[in-house]
Design a protein around this ligand. Structure first.
Ligand code: PGA
Length: 256
């Protein structure tokens, strides 16, 4: 199975900066068949970068899109418009859930719209700090999976990627706030058993599941060796070219 290394640039880099970063990144990494490198720039940079990107080396992801294809939805970009521009879209990121109030219903529609438009959704799920403190982690993971995948048929589930991102571990600068490999292992097991219940054992084994939350070159190798982890989704480290390249190298070594 492929290993996914996904960089979510969030609201950083203008079009020029994005293009320069991509230029440098493409020079630094060779084509590698078993590691899929994906970058998620701001929406405004997607179109120009889609003309610049070497798709043999890496792919583009959108950070968000709207579920309706066209119409009176001021300010939105649709999956239909992104077709041919990106291969992936991050959906249900905790910043979308908690800053922009996206609920499971909205996320369900976005996942379905992505699949309909042949864009692979990277469905993010994960508990907040207080949900964790109240012992609700398992329920949250289950509910978010059930919600996000409600419209995904057995035929289409192999077009979906799940990213487990505990909200309390995102953007942390303190090692004490990093998720431990044990936390990650427990969550991954739960994700796969829920997928097995919803679909079947084969789907549960083959579905790519990524981890995200303050991933950096020092902890990436540890997360990648947790059984069932098929890749990493990162914010901060993907903004620093040397760190992102290091993490791609680590993935190649660990998973070879
Ligand atoms: P981080 O962000 O790597 O900066 O913690 C991860 C994410 O939000 O996807």
């Amino acid at each position: 199975m492929k290993t996914y290394i996904v960089g979510n640039w969030k609201l950083n880099f203008n079009v020029g900066e994005s293009s320069i970063y991509l230029h440098k990144l493409q020079k630094k990494i060779p084509i590698c068949r078993n590691v899929e490198v994906v970058i998620a720039p701001s929406t405004i940079a997607l179109q120009p970068l889609s003309l610049q990107i070497d798709r043999h080396k890496m792919k583009l992801a959108a950070q968000n899109a709207f579920y309706r294809d066209y119409g009176a939805f001021t300010g939105e970009t649709s999956f239909t418009q992104l077709r041919g521009v990106v291969d992936y879209c991050i959906i249900g990121h905790s910043e979308r859930r908690y800053i922009f109030d996206e609920d499971d219903k909205m996320i369900e529609k976005k996942v379905a719209a992505a699949v309909r438009n042949k864009i692979t959704p990277i469905l993010c799920i994960g508990e907040t700090e207080s949900e964790r403190a109240f012992g609700e982690t398992a329920d949250v993971i289950r509910d978010q999976l059930l919600g996000g995948l409600r419209d995904v048929s057995e035929e289409d589930i192999d077009k979906v990627i799940i990213a487990y991102e505990p909200v309390w571990a995102i953007s942390s600068t303190k090692a004490a706030k990093y998720a431990s490999p044990y936390d990650v292992a427990d969550a991954i097991k739960l994700i796969r058993s829920t997928i097995e219940e919803l679909y079947d054992k084969k789907v549960a084994e083959e579905l790519p599941v990524l981890f995200g939350g303050s991933v950096n070159p020092s902890n990436a190798g540890g997360y990648l060796t947790v059984p069932g982890v098929n890749g990493l989704l990162m914010g901060g480290s993907s903004l620093i070219l040397s760190e992102f390249v290091d993490i791609i190298d680590i993935a190649k070594r660990v998973k070879s």
